[in-house]
Design a protein around this ligand. Sequence first.
Ligand code: HEM
Length: 549
Amino acid sequence: MAMVGGMVSLVTGWLFSLEGLLLVGSVALLYYFLVVSVQRYFAERGVAHERPSSVLGNGTDFLLRRRHFTDVLEQLYRRFRRHRFFGYFDFLSPIYVIRDLELVKQICIKDFDHFLNHRIQLDENHDPLFGRALFAMRDTRWRNMRAVLSPAFTGSKMRQMFGLITAYCEAAVRTIEGETAGTGGYADLEMKELFRRFGNDIVATCAFGIEINSFRDRTNAFYTLGKELTNLDGIQGLKFLAFSSFPRLMQLLRLRLFSDKMTRFFRHVVLDTIGQRERKRIIRPDMIHLLMEARKQELKFDENGNVVHHNGTANGSEMDGIGPSKRLMDWTDDDLVAQCTVFFFGGYDTVSTLSAFMAHELAVNPDVQRRLREEVDEVRTALAGAPLTYETMQSMRYLDMVAMETLRKWTPAPFLDRMCTKPYVLEDYDGHKVQLRKGDGIWIPAYAIMRDPDLFPEPDRFDPERFATDGKGTVDPSTVLAFGIGPRNCIGSRFAIMEVKAVFYYLLSRFQLEMAPATQHPIRLKVTSLAPSAEKGFWIRFRVRQPAA
Ligand code: HEM
């Protein structure tokens, strides 16, 4: 006791010494400049906001695992309904959250030139997989790569890949059916896991040119590493958030978003496949082939580094006198690997999330499932045993409506982000103006917007009829932000919809989806995951359908 008393008086004595007072004063000043003055950012600009209670900013409840991220953002979205935008502290970074849909369109489409980039910033040499991928690219480099990749995602290219998807789906569904043998004709399956396997194998065949069946070979390297690569749960989710919130600090600390092991694995797969194809002159209708063609393409650039199209325009704008300074785009091997890996980042977790929520909604809304099964059966009868074709898949309107309603209600990407690249003025409903500077961050709360009852009446109701195209639909599809909006929208949206439609066509041909004893309904979102996911998993009973009498 006497010893503790002695220590306390020693520390108090030191604190009141000159050095002690200097240290305390410096810490207080540092705290003031780093925290208090930063937290006054929106107040000084007259922007509506909620004063954060800690250095974690307005996301404290999410970061401390108390509420899901969508919940935090949705609550603020509702609270500031009288404003076109409000302020949000992402830790200590001020972000402008845009509530008003017209302003969203203005920023992402009309005035896109002021908001070209995402906030994430990665060193492309240090983190080559994601740093060189389209999502993370910036400015002219992004424009050029987008121009180069876009032709690989057109309807005609999707049609070429469709056969790979249907062949895989037929085999996968047969394997799942095999699992129900001896169990009374049904199996209770976890949907996120099931659709991760579907997604993994489809990415493997369409992007990397490799044929795998993860239902049979359950621990293949592609599956385990892909799962790790796209995992937004726990530490990896926080790491992803940190790279988006503190890009410069992460660069300074030389931290990597992805491990060396992953980078080596994917580099090896892509470069090995390319080598084999070149040696053996193999042509397969997949992404690697399209990228190899794109690399060969004689793409030209003007003196400002913009792609010059064959019609003589630079990225869509008129170009006069294309001079001799044109040059070809240089593709490194890492650029190629990164664009293939984009299928994993962009399409693997998002598509499996969409499919898992869709299976859940079909199981808990039997009327919707019945109508969808009727559409599937009509198509099967018309095809008389032949595989689903791209054109027939496109004609399945109700399947489209179900997928769109799932995307509206459970968007896999709960917010979009942009960074201001040129000064811009935001104006609130009352005429109050705020000057944005280069580097300011923007968020678009897609999840909250698509659940706003003023835009989507009864937002919690799963109602595919909102998307009916016979004049009865109430939704303007441009208000659905699940694939983003404007020139920086999702390049893979066609691929995603094609994949989901094919997978559900084959699944519903063989199975009826029902609630299982472990189904959690209504779903509660898992607070540890950045992307929406069910707290207790998505358990669904797959019952083998009896052939029609
Ligand atoms: C249901 C599935 C998917 C959803 C919900 C989704 C959603 C999104 C969203 C919200 C964005 C940002 C758009 C913006 O900021 O305006 C995006 C970008 C992107 N997505 Fe997807 N995505 C899906 C599937 C895919 C697939 C299958 C690919 C495969 C290649 C893909 C590749 C990309 C890429 C490369 C970008 C960056 C585009 C750019 O910066 O130019 N996505 N996606």
